[in-house]
Design a protein around this ligand. Structure first.
Ligand code: UT7
Length: 337
């Protein structure tokens, strides 16, 4: 589904906060755990290390840390936040929603909230939901969090998945602007293709296969992935959506100041950038440092670009995601600070 925004208000990101646990799992560590090598992981994925939460550290802990940072950087108080949207596939527990846990932890006593569970596209979809609430005039300050503790659902005996994922993510404050400045979300193009569900799933623990001795023995409480199927879908879909979105806005890859793609595999990122016509010096890559943090990759990538000075006021930013579902999206944004 797609929709160009028409509203007297714009929705702009006014701050970013991030949180990653201090613990690291390097490729050399993984060599000692499964049959793999630093060379294979580096060549096939671009990943060198990932951050790992200590036992007992949950998504809401890191989400609250990122949220407080984002709220402070926006010059706001937690009580200024009216809505909290948490994109995650690793909630602290099935219920209550992680947004409720974060609301309580940060003291956002005036906020309502909910979670979005759409894996790697979670942050992008949540950003659009926030934009809708802001541009309708319903809310002024919305907190959007994309964060996963992937280590809680990864099988560290499965070399096809354990080398990819890491823990962490971030938060942004999406704020209403009424001065007519041409900033914030410009347009988006999001799609799901549920026929791809079996290629990337966590089959146990839901209503289809409630947790039992059997589901545990079959390791159904861990992520299962057909890497090749996801890879083929991701390379084609990410670039297709970006090209379509740019075209209908009268733009090409050359107009993009910064491409911020989901960090799943460096080869997917490079292929997509090349097909869309964006030079690699305009592409944010931090997968080497963080691995794939699922809903966390985009806020971490935005912060990396802020830190190295590549994300400036007025930059035309193209964001893109592909992941489980299948879910995919591309969004265009005029950066605002
Ligand atoms: O964000 C969520 C969305 N997920 C993605 O976007 C992931 C998309 N997929 C991928 O990134 C890649 O498919 C992987 C990184 C998961 C795998 O890379 P690949 O180049 O597609 O490898 P492959 O599955 O084709 O396997 C090639 C070979 C196989 O051996 P044979 O059959 O050729 O002898 C695998 O058994 O590499 C082997 N292999 C490994 N070898 C060393 C698979 N995993 C590993 C490993 N270390 N960790």
């Amino acid at each position: 589904m797609a929709n160009a925004l028409k509203s007297p208000y714009a929705a702009k990101i006014v701050s970013i906060g991030t949180a990653v646990p201090p613990g690291l799992l390097t490729n050399n560590d993984l060599e000692k755990m499964v049959d793999t090598s630093d060379q294979w992981i580096t060549e096939r994925t671009g990943i060198k290390q990932r951050h790992m939460a200590e036992k007992g550290v949950a998504t809401s802990d890191l989400a609250a840390e990122a949220a407080i940072q984002a709220i402070e950087r926006a010059g706001l108080k937690p009580t200024d936040i009216e809505l909290i949207i948490v994109a995650t596939i690793t909630p602290d527990m099935i219920l209550p929603a992680t947004a409720c846990l974060v609301q309580d932890k940060i003291g956002a006593t005036g906020a309502w909230g909910f979670d979005i569970s759409i894996a790697c596209s979670g942050f992008l979809y949540a950003l659009q939901v926030a934009t809708q609430f802001v541009t309708t005039g319903a809310h002024k300050n919305v907190l959007v969090i994309g964060l996963d503790v992937m280590s809680s659902i990864i099988d560290y005996t499965d070399r096809t998945t354990c080398i990819i994922f890491g823990d962490g993510g971030g938060a942004v404050v999406v704020q209403r602007t009424e001065d007519g400045a041409p900033v914030g979300m410009i347009d988006y193009l999001y799609e799901v293709d549920g026929s791809g569900g079996p290629a990337l799933c966590l089959p146990g623990g839901g209503s289809r296969n409630p947790t039992s001795k059997d589901t545990l023995e079959k390791r159904m409480h861990f992520v299962h992935q057909d890497g090749q199927v996801v890879f083929k879908f991701a390379t084609r879909k990410m670039s297709d959506l970006c090209l379509k979105l740019l075209e209908r806005n009268g733009l090409t890859g050359k107009d993009v100041d910064l491409f911020v793609p989901h960090q799943a595999n460096l080869r997917i990122i490079s292929y997509s950038a090349e097909r869309v016509g964006i030079e690699m010096d305009k592409v944010v890559v931090n997968i080497d440092e963080f691995g794939n943090t699922t809903a966390g990759t985009l806020p971490l990538a935005l912060q990396s670009a802020r830190s190295d000075g590549r994300l400036k006021e007025g930059s035309l930013v193209l964001l893109a995601s592909v992941g489980a579902g299948f879910s995919a999206g591309a969004a265009l944004m005029r950066w605002s600070y």
